[in-house]
Design a protein around this ligand. Structure first.
Ligand SMILES: [Zn+2]
Length: 166
């Protein structure tokens, strides 16, 4: 088992606290990424979707996982299990310092997660306190005018990484 921490970064103009719509442990938030098989090296051709509220029982032993999938190339059965409670919103100070915010941990057996896609609904707030909900980042950026705060708000330069947790 290898644990991968998904971390995100973005340029936040007049914005802070970027996170999934229901918070970092949003049970219905969908995580989309590709899977690389560690056994044969084959990469999935399209994104897999996992969420905390979709649990499947493990065949052997106790407990559940979030994805059981057979590699199409080598037929090995591999799993992805989400570990909640590790995520933090991306705040403006960290964004300006070029830092990444941890979002979710994926414990993988046989797979390596790659190429995260910013799907699902996000929420963020302006530095003036105006809340923006159900933000769609799938197009790669977000731009609005904060009428109450009187400033332009922009999310751009979205980046992500899967770091191996030791
Ligand atoms: Zn394989």
């Amino acid at each position: 088992m290898v644990k991968f921490m998904l971390k995100i970064a973005a340029d936040l103009k007049n914005l802070t606290n970027l996170q999934p719509q229901g918070g970092c442990d949003d049970p219905s938030f969908s995580y989309l990424f590709k899977l690389k098989c560690e056994n044969c090296g084959e990469m999935s051709w399209r994104e897999t979707c996992v969420s905390l509220d979709h649990a499947v029982p493990l065949r052997r032993g106790k407990g559940t996982t979030n994805l059981i999938q057979k590699c199409k190339h080598c037929s090995r059965v591999e799993t992805v299990t989400m570990i909640s409670g590790q995520g933090k919103p991306l705040i403006q100070e960290e964004s300006e310092a070029g830092k990444y915010a941890p979002l979710m941990v994926f414990e993988c057996w046989g797979y390596e997660p790659v190429d995260y896609v910013f799907g699902g609904w996000w929420k963020v707030e302006s530095v003036e306190g105006t809340k923006f909900e159900y933000v769609d980042l799938s197009g790669g950026d977000f731009a609005e005018y904060d009428k109450e705060g009187g400033c332009q708000v922009i999310i751009s330069n979205l980046r992500s990484t899967f770091d191996v947790l030791k």
